[in-house]
Design a protein around this ligand. Structure first.
Ligand code: PAF
Length: 298
């Protein structure tokens, strides 16, 4: 069983380093020519990863395809890989924001698809240097929420991920975890990008009322989507993450700084889209989408 990791981003490289360390066969793929990444662990151990392959390889039932990519890279990546997978190849999506599940259902309707979100900290220092900054939990579950015992494939995927990442928790329904992560990204990512500040700056008091409004809009959409949510608890989670990552610059801040496409459509844009479907008004989220879009189109 080989794990096939798409992209050379921080989380994908951290995952590959875990595989390398625990003798799990792995391959890394990059669409653009790339040199091997070195991952530095929290204990300052240096792990040199395999050189990324630039062309997809034929996968069989026992291989796993993992996409630790940006939300907008999911559709082209799944389309590119669709001819190379068997309908039984497990596919794991790991991205900020939402919408990947819908794309996977469309592009690979028969494959077992898993959705994961991680609190592990990893930062890209230079093109081929990644540093692991914290070992947070990774939550994973199947695309269709299902209580009951795990299937053989689900058990295999969970076991192999647990070999690569230290702390992996299975959820019979992953959607509450994904929504809670979304509610954190919906505040930290656009505000840090718009105000050009690190995550910890959101604790200054200056942003309090805006944080409350974003969280109360998001909580309303979550409840309408069948996820239990309390605005004050969402805001408290945001503050905890901002405190724990105080000196970090969020992924959206970095995307804006490097003139890259942001994940705004999969984060606040997704909240606006779901709110529209449910007839809920979310002006603050809509404003953030507009402001980030304007910022990146300058
Ligand atoms: O996207 C990010 O930067 C991270 O998901 C988070 C949690 C906001 C911390 O920076």
């Amino acid at each position: 069983m080989t794990i096939n990791i798409l992209g050379t981003g921080a989380i994908g490289s951290a995952l590959a380093a875990g595989a390398a360390k625990h003798n799990v066969p792995y391959r890394v793929f990059s669409r653009t020519p790339a040199t091997a990444v070195t991952v530095v662990s929290q204990q300052d151990e240096q792990i040199l990863l395999h050189t990324p392959l630039s062309q997809p390889a034929k996968l069989d039932n026992s291989d796993i395809l993992i996409l630790p990519l940006k939300a907008h890279q999911i559709a082209p990546a799944l389309q590119q890989w669709q001819p190379y997978v068997s309908e039984h190849t497990p596919v794991i999506l790991m991205h900020n924001g939402m919408g990947g599940a819908e794309i996977a259902r469309h592009t690979m309707p028969d494959n077992p698809v898993f959705l994961a979100t991680t609190r592990m900290g990893a930062l890209t220092h230079s093109k081929n240097h990644v540093r692991i900054t914290g070992h947070g939990t990774t939550d994973i579950g199947f695309i269709d929420a299902a209580p009951g015992p795990l299937t053989v494939v689900q058990e295999q995927v969970l076991t192999i991920l647990q070999h690569c990442l230290k702390d992996v928790v299975w959820h019979s329904d992953i959607y509450p975890s994904l929504w809670h992560k979304l509610s954190i990204n919906a505040v930290i990512n656009p505000l840090t990008a718009l105000h050009d500040v690190p995550n910890g700056a959101l604790l200054s008091g200056h942003f309090d009322s805006q944080i409350e409004v974003i969280c109360s809009e998001t909580a309303a959409v979550m409840r309408a989507s069948g996820i239990s949510a309390d605005a004050a608890l969402l805001a408290a989670n945001v503050r905890n993450v901002a405190a724990a990552t105080a000196t970090n610059y969020s992924s959206m801040h970095q995307d804006v700084a490097h003139h890259r496409q942001t994940e705004i459509d999969a984060i606040n844009g997704y909240i606006v889209q779901q709110a529209t479907k449910k007839g809920i008004s979310v002006p603050e989220n809509a404003l953030l989408v507009k402001q980030i879009t304007a910022l990146t189109q300058r």
